[in-house]
Design a protein. Structure first.
Length: 297
Protein backbone atom coordinates (compact mmCIF):
# COMPACT_ATOMS: atom_id res chain seq x y z
CA UNK A 1 0.00 0.00 0.00
CA UNK A 2 1.58 3.29 -1.13
CA UNK A 3 0.46 6.60 0.29
CA UNK A 4 2.25 9.96 0.00
CA UNK A 5 5.42 8.25 -1.23
CA UNK A 6 5.64 5.93 1.79
CA UNK A 7 4.99 2.19 1.67
CA UNK A 8 2.60 1.05 4.40
CA UNK A 9 2.17 -2.59 5.39
CA UNK A 10 -0.39 -4.43 7.46
CA UNK A 11 0.70 -6.52 10.41
CA UNK A 12 0.64 -9.86 8.58
CA UNK A 13 3.18 -8.60 6.04
CA UNK A 14 5.31 -7.17 8.85
CA UNK A 15 5.27 -10.57 10.55
CA UNK A 16 6.69 -12.08 7.38
CA UNK A 17 9.41 -9.44 7.01
CA UNK A 18 10.54 -9.51 10.66
CA UNK A 19 9.92 -13.16 11.63
CA UNK A 20 7.98 -11.84 14.62
CA UNK A 21 4.59 -13.12 15.68
CA UNK A 22 1.55 -10.89 15.56
CA UNK A 23 1.35 -11.13 19.36
CA UNK A 24 4.97 -9.95 19.75
CA UNK A 25 4.46 -7.00 17.41
CA UNK A 26 1.28 -5.98 19.23
CA UNK A 27 3.18 -6.17 22.53
CA UNK A 28 5.94 -3.89 21.24
CA UNK A 29 3.30 -1.47 19.99
CA UNK A 30 1.59 -1.52 23.40
CA UNK A 31 4.96 -0.84 25.07
CA UNK A 32 5.47 2.20 22.84
CA UNK A 33 8.57 0.76 21.16
CA UNK A 34 7.05 1.21 17.72
CA UNK A 35 4.18 3.48 16.69
CA UNK A 36 2.43 2.47 13.44
CA UNK A 37 -0.14 4.79 11.90
CA UNK A 38 -3.87 4.06 11.95
CA UNK A 39 -5.76 3.70 8.68
CA UNK A 40 -9.32 4.89 8.19
CA UNK A 41 -10.57 1.31 8.54
CA UNK A 42 -8.92 1.03 11.96
CA UNK A 43 -6.09 -1.28 10.90
CA UNK A 44 -2.53 -0.46 11.93
CA UNK A 45 -0.20 0.37 9.05
CA UNK A 46 3.55 -0.05 9.39
CA UNK A 47 6.16 1.87 7.42
CA UNK A 48 9.58 0.60 6.30
CA UNK A 49 11.01 2.57 9.21
CA UNK A 50 8.74 0.71 11.61
CA UNK A 51 9.87 -2.60 10.14
CA UNK A 52 13.55 -1.72 10.57
CA UNK A 53 12.84 -0.63 14.14
CA UNK A 54 11.13 -3.95 14.84
CA UNK A 55 14.16 -5.80 13.49
CA UNK A 56 16.37 -3.87 15.91
CA UNK A 57 13.99 -4.67 18.77
CA UNK A 58 14.01 -8.35 17.81
CA UNK A 59 17.81 -8.44 17.83
CA UNK A 60 18.02 -6.76 21.23
CA UNK A 61 15.42 -9.10 22.72
CA UNK A 62 17.45 -12.10 21.52
CA UNK A 63 20.35 -10.55 23.44
CA UNK A 64 18.16 -10.59 26.57
CA UNK A 65 17.78 -6.81 26.65
CA UNK A 66 14.61 -5.83 28.53
CA UNK A 67 11.91 -3.77 26.84
CA UNK A 68 12.64 -0.91 29.24
CA UNK A 69 16.31 -0.93 28.23
CA UNK A 70 15.37 -1.28 24.55
CA UNK A 71 13.39 1.95 24.86
CA UNK A 72 16.50 3.65 26.25
CA UNK A 73 18.66 2.23 23.46
CA UNK A 74 16.25 3.45 20.79
CA UNK A 75 16.21 6.94 22.30
CA UNK A 76 19.98 7.09 22.80
CA UNK A 77 21.91 9.25 20.35
CA UNK A 78 25.48 8.41 21.33
CA UNK A 79 25.65 4.65 22.06
CA UNK A 80 26.21 5.05 25.81
CA UNK A 81 23.23 2.89 26.78
CA UNK A 82 24.46 -0.04 24.69
CA UNK A 83 27.96 0.39 26.11
CA UNK A 84 26.62 0.26 29.67
CA UNK A 85 24.48 -2.78 28.87
CA UNK A 86 27.58 -4.48 27.46
CA UNK A 87 29.49 -3.82 30.68
CA UNK A 88 26.60 -5.14 32.77
CA UNK A 89 26.56 -8.30 30.65
CA UNK A 90 30.32 -8.71 31.12
CA UNK A 91 29.94 -8.34 34.89
CA UNK A 92 27.13 -10.92 34.84
CA UNK A 93 29.38 -13.33 32.92
CA UNK A 94 32.13 -12.83 35.49
CA UNK A 95 29.61 -13.55 38.24
CA UNK A 96 28.40 -16.67 36.44
CA UNK A 97 31.99 -17.92 36.13
CA UNK A 98 32.54 -17.31 39.86
CA UNK A 99 29.32 -19.17 40.68
CA UNK A 100 30.44 -22.08 38.50
CA UNK A 101 33.71 -22.19 40.46
CA UNK A 102 31.75 -22.26 43.75
CA UNK A 103 29.56 -25.07 42.42
CA UNK A 104 32.67 -27.02 41.45
CA UNK A 105 34.07 -26.56 44.96
CA UNK A 106 30.85 -28.00 46.37
CA UNK A 107 31.19 -30.97 44.03
CA UNK A 108 34.68 -31.50 45.44
CA UNK A 109 33.38 -31.56 49.00
CA UNK A 110 33.53 -27.93 50.11
CA UNK A 111 31.29 -26.89 52.99
CA UNK A 112 27.99 -25.21 52.12
CA UNK A 113 28.58 -22.47 54.68
CA UNK A 114 31.80 -21.56 52.85
CA UNK A 115 29.88 -21.46 49.57
CA UNK A 116 27.29 -19.19 51.16
CA UNK A 117 30.05 -16.75 52.19
CA UNK A 118 31.48 -16.79 48.67
CA UNK A 119 28.04 -16.06 47.22
CA UNK A 120 27.53 -13.22 49.68
CA UNK A 121 30.82 -11.70 48.53
CA UNK A 122 29.63 -11.89 44.91
CA UNK A 123 26.36 -10.17 45.81
CA UNK A 124 28.16 -7.41 47.69
CA UNK A 125 30.59 -6.91 44.82
CA UNK A 126 27.69 -6.70 42.40
CA UNK A 127 26.04 -4.07 44.58
CA UNK A 128 29.17 -1.91 44.41
CA UNK A 129 29.64 -2.24 40.63
CA UNK A 130 25.96 -1.48 40.04
CA UNK A 131 26.31 1.71 42.09
CA UNK A 132 29.47 2.71 40.20
CA UNK A 133 27.67 2.40 36.87
CA UNK A 134 24.82 4.50 38.20
CA UNK A 135 26.70 7.39 39.80
CA UNK A 136 29.67 7.94 37.49
CA UNK A 137 28.96 9.37 34.03
CA UNK A 138 29.33 7.42 30.80
CA UNK A 139 32.75 5.97 30.13
CA UNK A 140 34.05 6.73 33.63
CA UNK A 141 31.34 4.58 35.20
CA UNK A 142 31.97 1.72 32.78
CA UNK A 143 35.72 1.90 33.27
CA UNK A 144 35.79 1.95 37.06
CA UNK A 145 33.05 -0.69 37.35
CA UNK A 146 35.18 -3.12 35.33
CA UNK A 147 38.29 -1.98 37.18
CA UNK A 148 36.96 -2.58 40.69
CA UNK A 149 35.02 -5.75 39.81
CA UNK A 150 38.26 -7.75 39.76
CA UNK A 151 38.85 -6.95 43.43
CA UNK A 152 35.36 -7.60 44.79
CA UNK A 153 35.13 -11.38 45.09
CA UNK A 154 36.66 -11.65 48.57
CA UNK A 155 34.39 -12.63 51.50
CA UNK A 156 34.09 -10.07 54.28
CA UNK A 157 35.78 -11.73 57.25
CA UNK A 158 36.44 -8.90 59.69
CA UNK A 159 34.50 -6.06 61.25
CA UNK A 160 36.92 -3.63 59.60
CA UNK A 161 35.97 -5.02 56.18
CA UNK A 162 32.26 -4.79 57.01
CA UNK A 163 32.67 -1.19 58.13
CA UNK A 164 34.60 -0.46 54.92
CA UNK A 165 31.83 -2.02 52.81
CA UNK A 166 29.22 0.08 54.59
CA UNK A 167 31.36 3.18 53.99
CA UNK A 168 31.67 2.41 50.27
CA UNK A 169 27.92 1.92 49.86
CA UNK A 170 27.08 5.03 51.89
CA UNK A 171 29.54 7.08 49.83
CA UNK A 172 28.09 5.91 46.51
CA UNK A 173 24.49 6.32 47.70
CA UNK A 174 25.13 9.90 48.77
CA UNK A 175 27.41 10.98 45.95
CA UNK A 176 25.76 13.89 44.10
CA UNK A 177 25.44 13.60 40.31
CA UNK A 178 28.58 14.69 38.53
CA UNK A 179 27.91 17.80 36.49
CA UNK A 180 29.77 18.00 33.22
CA UNK A 181 29.27 20.79 30.71
CA UNK A 182 27.46 19.84 27.51
CA UNK A 183 30.55 20.22 25.32
CA UNK A 184 32.66 18.01 27.59
CA UNK A 185 29.89 15.43 27.82
CA UNK A 186 29.68 15.36 24.02
CA UNK A 187 33.46 14.98 23.79
CA UNK A 188 33.46 12.13 26.30
CA UNK A 189 30.66 10.30 24.52
CA UNK A 190 32.12 10.79 21.05
CA UNK A 191 35.68 9.84 22.02
CA UNK A 192 34.58 6.64 23.81
CA UNK A 193 31.67 5.66 21.56
CA UNK A 194 33.49 2.59 20.29
CA UNK A 195 35.49 1.83 23.44
CA UNK A 196 33.87 -1.39 24.58
CA UNK A 197 34.56 -4.03 27.20
CA UNK A 198 37.48 -5.54 25.28
CA UNK A 199 39.26 -2.20 24.94
CA UNK A 200 38.74 -1.32 28.60
CA UNK A 201 40.01 -4.76 29.64
CA UNK A 202 43.12 -4.20 27.53
CA UNK A 203 43.70 -0.85 29.26
CA UNK A 204 43.38 -2.48 32.69
CA UNK A 205 45.70 -5.34 31.70
CA UNK A 206 48.24 -2.85 30.39
CA UNK A 207 48.23 -0.98 33.69
CA UNK A 208 48.67 -4.19 35.69
CA UNK A 209 51.54 -5.28 33.46
CA UNK A 210 53.22 -1.88 33.81
CA UNK A 211 53.01 -2.18 37.59
CA UNK A 212 54.75 -5.55 37.53
CA UNK A 213 57.87 -4.12 35.92
CA UNK A 214 57.69 -0.31 35.61
CA UNK A 215 61.31 0.07 34.52
CA UNK A 216 60.76 -2.26 31.57
CA UNK A 217 57.50 -0.57 30.67
CA UNK A 218 59.12 2.89 30.67
CA UNK A 219 62.03 1.70 28.56
CA UNK A 220 59.79 0.00 25.98
CA UNK A 221 57.47 3.02 25.73
CA UNK A 222 59.90 5.85 26.37
CA UNK A 223 59.35 7.78 23.11
CA UNK A 224 55.57 7.66 23.43
CA UNK A 225 55.66 8.62 27.11
CA UNK A 226 57.97 11.56 26.51
CA UNK A 227 55.85 12.87 23.64
CA UNK A 228 52.73 12.59 25.81
CA UNK A 229 54.35 14.29 28.80
CA UNK A 230 55.61 17.11 26.62
CA UNK A 231 52.09 17.60 25.28
CA UNK A 232 50.66 17.56 28.81
CA UNK A 233 52.75 20.64 29.65
CA UNK A 234 51.28 22.75 26.84
CA UNK A 235 48.42 25.24 26.87
CA UNK A 236 47.01 23.38 23.91
CA UNK A 237 46.44 20.31 26.10
CA UNK A 238 45.16 22.30 29.08
CA UNK A 239 42.63 24.09 26.86
CA UNK A 240 41.59 20.96 24.97
CA UNK A 241 38.42 19.00 25.88
CA UNK A 242 40.61 16.11 27.09
CA UNK A 243 42.68 18.38 29.32
CA UNK A 244 39.66 20.19 30.71
CA UNK A 245 37.86 16.91 31.36
CA UNK A 246 40.80 15.38 33.21
CA UNK A 247 41.20 18.55 35.26
CA UNK A 248 37.50 18.53 36.13
CA UNK A 249 37.51 14.87 37.19
CA UNK A 250 40.60 15.46 39.30
CA UNK A 251 38.92 18.38 41.06
CA UNK A 252 35.70 16.43 41.60
CA UNK A 253 37.52 13.41 43.02
CA UNK A 254 39.37 15.66 45.44
CA UNK A 255 36.24 17.49 46.57
CA UNK A 256 33.59 14.76 46.68
CA UNK A 257 35.43 12.28 48.89
CA UNK A 258 36.42 9.81 46.18
CA UNK A 259 40.12 10.11 47.05
CA UNK A 260 39.72 10.54 50.81
CA UNK A 261 36.75 8.28 51.58
CA UNK A 262 36.04 5.81 48.79
CA UNK A 263 39.58 4.72 47.89
CA UNK A 264 40.75 4.18 51.52
CA UNK A 265 37.56 2.22 52.25
CA UNK A 266 38.14 0.04 49.18
CA UNK A 267 41.66 -0.70 50.41
CA UNK A 268 40.27 -1.82 53.77
CA UNK A 269 37.55 -3.87 52.13
CA UNK A 270 39.67 -5.73 49.58
CA UNK A 271 43.09 -7.19 50.36
CA UNK A 272 43.79 -7.69 46.64
CA UNK A 273 42.92 -4.05 45.90
CA UNK A 274 45.21 -2.82 48.68
CA UNK A 275 48.03 -4.91 47.22
CA UNK A 276 47.30 -3.58 43.74
CA UNK A 277 47.43 0.01 45.03
CA UNK A 278 50.82 -0.63 46.63
CA UNK A 279 52.19 -1.86 43.31
CA UNK A 280 50.61 1.08 41.51
CA UNK A 281 52.12 3.58 43.97
CA UNK A 282 55.55 1.95 43.69
CA UNK A 283 55.38 2.00 39.89
CA UNK A 284 54.29 5.63 39.95
CA UNK A 285 57.24 6.52 42.16
CA UNK A 286 59.62 4.86 39.69
CA UNK A 287 58.04 6.91 36.92
CA UNK A 288 58.22 10.18 38.86
CA UNK A 289 61.85 9.58 39.79
CA UNK A 290 62.67 9.40 36.10
CA UNK A 291 60.40 12.31 35.19
CA UNK A 292 60.26 14.59 38.25
CA UNK A 293 58.52 17.41 36.34
CA UNK A 294 55.39 15.28 36.27
CA UNK A 295 55.01 15.56 40.07
CA UNK A 296 53.37 18.95 39.53
CA UNK A 297 51.28 17.78 36.58
Amino acid sequence: MLRMGVIHMLINEVCSKTNLTKKAIEYYVAQGLVSPSAAENGYREFSDKDVERLKVICTLRKLDVSTADIQRVLEDQNNTVLQTLSVRKELELQQDAAKQAILQKLCEGADYSEAAEDLKALEQGSTITDRLLEVFPGFFGRFIALHFAQFLNEPIQTQEQQDAYDTVIAFLDNLPPMKISADLEDFLNESTEHTGVEEVTQMLDSTRNACQNPEKYIEENRDTLEMYMKYRQTDEYRDSPAGRLMSLMKELNQSNGYNDVFIPAMKRLSVSYAEYCQKLESANEVFLNQYPKMRKS
